[in-house]
Ligand binder design. Structure first.
Ligand code: DAH
Length: 331
């Protein structure tokens, strides 16, 4: 190996050791120093570049010497770097504990999910089972089996989304009453939460999609008194025992007699309907093959949005479906 190369190697070594003596404390400066020796245009790369002009017999030794220098420098550099990156205890003491923390924002449950959960908890605590049914169903389960006459206005294109002729997006969860009775023998005690769809003009009080919880109880000796007692218990658990409620006679093709339940809305000074209910019509029992002389039942269908609006004082149903963070953050 030529003397001049030996000298150059030694000179690089010395200048590197001097640089280490005043090792920088700033990450950017550390990077600059690193690349001035180890980078593509750094001192070590320059040494390797000289290999081309060295005679064949000298080349192996020259290579070895430069490699040894590189290894030594890398090791020393890493040692210094580690000292800087792993702070010692004196550095830890300099942490400023008075700096404000970074708040972690948690998501919140949607008011519809919260209301649904509460309704499910109340009914399961008094012996109801939970069932689910199809959102796309045939006309038979959504209407015919529920005793809707052929000309009933609810079958009109205005209210119902048709998927095909005789296939609809269910307009209520009552379709699951039929599925449950077709698939099981009485006695039954079910609630059925789910989404329902209506082809209605959208406004502050109606939307094309909303949620219902259906209930169906079938047994021997079931009376309207059982239905009333269950609903009064439910309403008091949701709204508190000082709630003002009323049963108002109504009509549904699949119940006889039928009623609706209204809750007095203090905020607006008016009644708000939250559910329809009644005793299962004998014609419905006949459609599913239950003997109406032996079996009696009641059913009801709760509107979850209506309950959530009353509970949380929300005045526009569309807010539930816009997913505006400013609205959702309040729950
Ligand atoms: N399905 C009715 C609706 O969507 C609500 C309803 C009324 C459900 C009476 C029932 C019932 O189970 O007995 O308007």
């Amino acid at each position: 190996m030529t003397n001049s190369l030996k000298e150059t190697i030694e000179a690089v070594r010395k200048s590197f050791l001097t640089a280490l003596d005043s090792f920088p404390s700033d990450t950017h400066e550390i990077e600059v120093l690193k690349s001035s020796y180890f980078g593509r245009k750094g001192e070590l790369a320059k040494l390797y570049a000289q290999m081309g002009s060295i005679s064949h017999e000298d080349r192996p030794n020259a290579g070895k010497a430069i490699n040894a220098l590189k290894e030594e420098c890398s090791r020393l550099f890493e040692e210094q770097e580690k000292k800087y990156i792993t702070p010692d205890s004196t550095q830890t003491d300099q942490l400023d504990y008075t700096l404000p923390g970074e708040a972690q924002r948690l998501g919140s449950k949607h008011p519809i999910s919260k209301t649904l959960q509460e309704v499910k908890d109340i009914f399961t605590s008094v012996g109801f089972h939970i069932a689910y049914g199809p959102e796309v169903d045939d006309d038979y389960h959504n209407f015919t089996a529920l005793n809707f006459p052929e000309h009933h206005p609810a079958r009109d294109m205005q209210d119902t989304f048709f998927v095909q002729k005789d296939v609809v997006l269910r307009t209520h969860t009552s379709n699951v009453q039929i599925h449950l009775m077709e698939n099981s023998e009485p006695p039954l005690r079910y609630i059925v939460p789910g989404r329902v769809y209506r082809n209605e003009a959208i406004s502050f009080k109606s939307y094309c999609l909303f949620h219902q919880v259906e209930a169906l109880v079938v047994d021997k000796n079931i009376s309207f008194g059982d239905l009333k007692g269950t609903l009064e218990y439910f309403v008091k658990r949701v709204f508190g025992s000082s709630v003002t409620m009323r049963f108002r006679p109504s009509f549904f093709p699949f119940t006889e007699p039928s009623a609706e339940v209204d809750i007095w809305d203090e905020k607006r000074g008016q009644w708000l309907e939250i559910l329809g209910c009644g005793m299962v019509d004998p014609a419905v029992f006949e459609n599913v093959g239950y003997d109406p002389k032996v079996w009696h039942g009641y059913a009801f269908g709760l509107g979850i949005e209506r309950i959530a609006m009353l509970k949380y004082g929300i005045s526009d149903i569309r807010l539930f479906f816009q997913n505006d963070k400013r609205f959702l953050d309040q729950f």
